[in-house]
Design a protein around this ligand. Structure first.
Ligand SMILES: O=C(O)CCC(=O)C(=O)O
Ligand SMILES: [Fe+2]
Length: 199
């Protein structure tokens, strides 16, 4: 699963990037916007692939693999093995729901940028990763991130008197740098920084 030479990784990145652009197009269309409405934000994209390894943990009740967070970018495309550990917070009551692992499927996460662009029409789910005491786990997320200089704010086409903007404008590059410093704390820390830009 994880054996990966440079060419294979590059090919994987190119393919998931294509998928991410296609999803971006479908999201735009679903909002009644032109299919290419969001693509321009990715001309100089800051996307990347990460390899996550979660070793077995002797005290899984005392640690998390990844603390609770929302993905900061536009879209995350996640591949994982069959071990499991990813949990999503249910929006209605905050309960942690385990995601059934399927190595033959990709998980698509909506990130903060889409939430802000769509003025909350799309919602980025909070999630975390728990560990277990017997099996190591691998996952490979592709983070589809906009260009550094892009300012993120609700799309003007989706704003009206009845639908005022839910967020203030923020710069993607600056947000990402400060977010990276505080991300992935292992404990139950407040780490949903998009709320800082609530209008
Ligand atoms: O390992 C996973 O399943 C998810 C990791 C994650 O949420 C992240 O890297 O943002
Ligand atoms: Fe995540």
């Amino acid at each position: 699963f994880i054996v990966c030479g440079r060419e294979i990784c590059q090919e994987y990145a190119r393919e998931v990037e294509k998928l991410a652009f296609r999803l971006l197009e479908l999201i735009s269309i679903s909002l009644g916007l032109p299919g290419d409405r969001l693509a321009g934000f990715f001309n100089d994209q800051t996307s990347f692939v990460r390899f996550n390894h979660y070793p077995p943990c002797p005290n899984p009740d005392l640690a998390l693999g990844v603390g609770r967070h929302k993905d900061a970018g536009a879209i995350t495309v996640l591949a994982q093995d069959s071990v499991g550990g990813l949990q999503v917070s249910r929006r209605s009551d905050g309960q942690w729901i385990p995601v059934t692992p399927n190595p033959d499927a990709l998980i698509i996460n909506i990130g903060n940028c889409i939430q802000v662009w769509t003025n909350d029409k799309y919602w980025s789910a909070e999630h975390r990763v728990v560990v277990n005491s017997s099996k190591e786990r691998f996952s490979i997320p592709f983070f589809f991130f906009p260009s550094h200089e892009v300012n993120i704010e609700p799309l003007e086409e989706l704003i009206s008197e009845e639908n005022p903007p839910c967020y203030k404008k923020y710069n993607w590059g600056k947000f990402f740098v400060s977010r990276n410093r505080s991300d992935y704390k292992k404990l139950e820390v407040e780490n949903i920084q998009i709320d800082h830009f609530k209008a």
